[in-house]
Design a protein around this ligand. Sequence first.
Ligand SMILES: *[C@@H]1O[C@H](CO)[C@@H](O)[C@H](O)[C@H]1NC(C)=O
Ligand SMILES: *[C@@H]1O[C@H](CO)[C@@H](O)[C@H](O)[C@H]1NC(C)=O
Length: 356
Amino acid sequence: MDRISGSLALAIVCFSCAVAMGMTQMDVLTEQSKLKRCNHERVYEMYGAYCVGLRLQRIPSLKSGIEILDFSENRLQELKADTFTSYTSIKFLYLAENQMYNIDKDAFAPLSYLQTLDLSNNVILNLPETIFQLPALRKLYLKDNPLLHLSFANLQLHRPIKAPLELLDISNCKISVLPYWGTLPHLMHYNISHNPLTELEAKHFAPMCKLEKVDLTKSLDGLKLCNIKPTINWLQDKNVYFQLDDYSKLNTKEFEKCPDMTQNFVGLNVTHHVCKTAFMEFQSIKSSRRTWLTVTGGLAGFLVGFMLLLYLMHRHNVSQTKTKVEKLKKATPAHDPDKQATLPILVNDANDTSRL
Ligand SMILES: *[C@@H]1O[C@H](CO)[C@@H](O)[C@H](O)[C@H]1NC(C)=O
Ligand SMILES: *[C@@H]1O[C@H](CO)[C@@H](O)[C@H](O)[C@H]1NC(C)=O
């Protein structure tokens, strides 16, 4: 909001100064097109390019090294294989509210540091599989893509998905059957609200062993109560919080009388266990990497400290020897008969320092 009001104020100022200086209409227009430039700013210690709401049809040339690109509310229609090749350090990419319908299968491949990808509110037909192989991707927003349901049937995912997804938002996408993602050991928040689901099965949640919250609001209207009971039981058993628009259905006699299907959980327990193992493996790799870093870091620090200590001791000794020599020089008159006597002391001193 601040940015919008800021640029508005700037536009008014430019307009008034243009009028004041008697500029032609052409000049005013060029002033306005300058305002369509992306801003480069440092936010949260990260360098970013902000191009929100500029009605741009393509991503203009930006400074390389940006870590944030906010290109929301523009008119981008497609992402090509080379769209991001110059911006490989992007961590946060916001492309919501564009007119995107075509994404090249390699468009995201150069973004190996990408953590958050927002593709909400577009008209995406086909999700490239490479999204799910991004090694750092933790948050993926796909909501409000009305045609997404077309692609899930032919979305051939290489499983397991490599992206360590923690949040997945596919709300409001007209999905009738949930995609089977395979093991997602890091997924905590899963938003599947506002979809016309025709089935909801526990098998869709079994490979998500860190799941904390599922939003099912307005997605269960077309389902029979007894058909969702096993899934509800599964989520309850795994302490997953699920959001519904109407919980009272679950307290009815009808729901209570539905047959108990928990014997089918045997296979699902295995799937769940596979997910837990994958998570633990990931954690142990992470912690061993951390230990390795700590050990090497500590060793390097120790060496640097030790060298510094040696250097300081050396400096100290050198300066002490110097002052002694100077003192002796001052203390001994030019033709002192004892002059020779000071030499052995100096020699002794020198021997002492070399022993240190
Ligand atoms: C899920 O998505 C809906 C619609 O996009 C949104 O209103 C809701 O707040 C989301 N739920 C959560 C838990 O974020
Ligand atoms: C599945 O695991 C749960 C514990 O997570 C256990 O209570 C339940 O009995 C198991 N079900 C089967 C059928 O093995």
